[in-house]
Design a protein around this ligand. Structure first.
Ligand code: FMN
Length: 383
């Protein structure tokens, strides 16, 4: 088991140097010359005892050449996990109705070697790369290779969203589970071009689309595979959109930690929240602690003025409210800052299934775009 490591988003400049390649290839053909992989910039990986090295992420989807039996899938996963462990690669593979989606992350050399084998594997075809980019941290650091096949796996999370949805957000949700990644990025860029506002794009487009995807899954109109693919596309598209936007540092920047609640399955909310605090000119650390203990260690060994913890922006996750309350209490006790401000977010707060007092936070927000306002409001309340 690995502990998810992390690197600061803040001033590293990594965002503006992220690379992107969506060129689709059919099975058997590597989508990128081997030499190109060494070009990937990378933040220094802080990953347990591993030596510092760049980290990259590759996602793709494909079609199985024949139906996979449970035994066949188990064998594939076990073999993949063993080799990935040796290569320092982690990730998740989803299988649904003869389709695969896989997220691979690790050192460029390891990911390249594994990808080279995968792309030659006769068990699947129509292999379409979705994204390749340098990554500041692992998202699935605790899984050498997680396999998921079950739509029912998260059935207890089901719930329908009230409220209306902007037609463009509806369209984005449809595009996000379609075949055209360029159309996803195009629509987001188009809306951003019209409003020039990260807040508008986050609140009116990305988050409603994420909720829509979850609702489609709840009503059985799309699969877990598609939701994961869609959220992944939204997340990477937002990173690409904001890659060249380097904000001025605020006069007195707050130091903030932005993280999903340990154990959360969707990380989009935290990445959007970090984008908001970073664009506000604050010193931002985006972390993905896999356990309460890992989170405790982060706040015990670093100074933060404020911490933002979030549940999924897509699923309601109200069953996690009690653990959020417990974890926030732990964070306060462990923090170097006795006056730490803690704010909470996620769909549960958007849908009003929880309030800040339910989880012991100083404030909550209905959108990741409002993290800065929530923190400022909580700080004003302290004066
Ligand atoms: C959908 C799919 C996902 C796979 N994922 C991995 C993986 O994550 N890691 C891995 O080592 N092999 C994975 N494999 C198996 C590889 O394709 C390949 O069989 C294995 O790495 C042995 O490679 P080699 O025979 O070229 O050495 C996957 C295969 C398929 C069909």
């Amino acid at each position: 088991m690995r502990e998810a490591g992390a690197a600061p988003v803040g001033r590293s400049g990594v965002r503006s140097r992220w690379s992107w390649d969506t060129s689709a290839r059919k099975g058997g053909e590597s989508m990128m010359a081997r030499e190109d992989w060494s070009e990937f910039p990378g933040n220094q990986e802080q990953h347990g005892s591993e030596s510092a090295q760049p980290l990259m992420t590759l996602t793709y989807r494909s079609r199985a050449t024949g139906a996979m039996s449970p035994a066949g899938l188990r064998q594939l996963r076990e073999m993949a996990a063993a080799r990935n462990r040796a290569e320092g690669v982690t990730g998740v593979v989803l299988y649904d109705n003869q389709r695969f989606f896989q997220w691979l992350e690790g050192p460029p050399d390891g990911v390249a070697r594994v990808w080279s084998s995968i792309s030659r594997d006769p068990r699947h075809t129509d292999i379409e790369a979705i994204s390749v980019h340098a990554a500041p941290t692992r998202l699935f650091g605790q899984w050498d290779m997680r396999l998921s096949t079950s739509r029912e796996e998260m059935a207890d999370l089901r719930g329908m969203s009230p409220g209306l949805i902007h037609p463009e957000a509806e369209r984005l949700a449809t595009l996000a589970i379609g075949t055209d990644s360029d159309a996803v990025r195009g629509l987001i860029a188009d809306v951003f071009g019209r409003y020039e506002s990260l807040q508008t794009v986050t609140e009116q487009l990305i988050e409603p689309a994420a909720r829509r995807l979850s609702d489609l899954w709840s009503s059985g109109d799309c699969s877990e595979y598609e939701v994961t693919l869609g959220l992944c596309r939204l997340q990477t598209s937002m990173r690409v959109l904001m890659a060249d936007s380097v904000p001025d540092i605020a006069d007195e920047p707050l130091v903030v930690l932005v993280a999903p609640l340990p154990g959360e399955i969707h990380l989009l909310g935290a990445t959007l929240g970090a984008e908001a605090t970073w664009q506000a000119g604050w010193e931002t650390e985006l972390r993905f602690p896999s356990t309460e203990e890992a989170l405790k260690k982060i706040v015990a060994t670093n100074w933060f003025d404020a911490v933002d913890l979030s549940l999924s922006p897509a699923n309601q996750r109200e069953h996690r409210i009690p653990s959020m309350e417990k974890i926030i209490a732990t964070v306060r006790r462990a923090s170097q800052n006795p006056a730490l401000v803690v704010v909470a977010g996620g769909r549960a707060f958007y849908d009003r299934l929880a309030t800040s007092s339910d989880v012991g936070a100083d404030a909550s927000h209905a959108s990741a775009a409002q993290v800065t306002q929530a923190i400022e409001q909580a700080r004003r309340g302290r004066l």
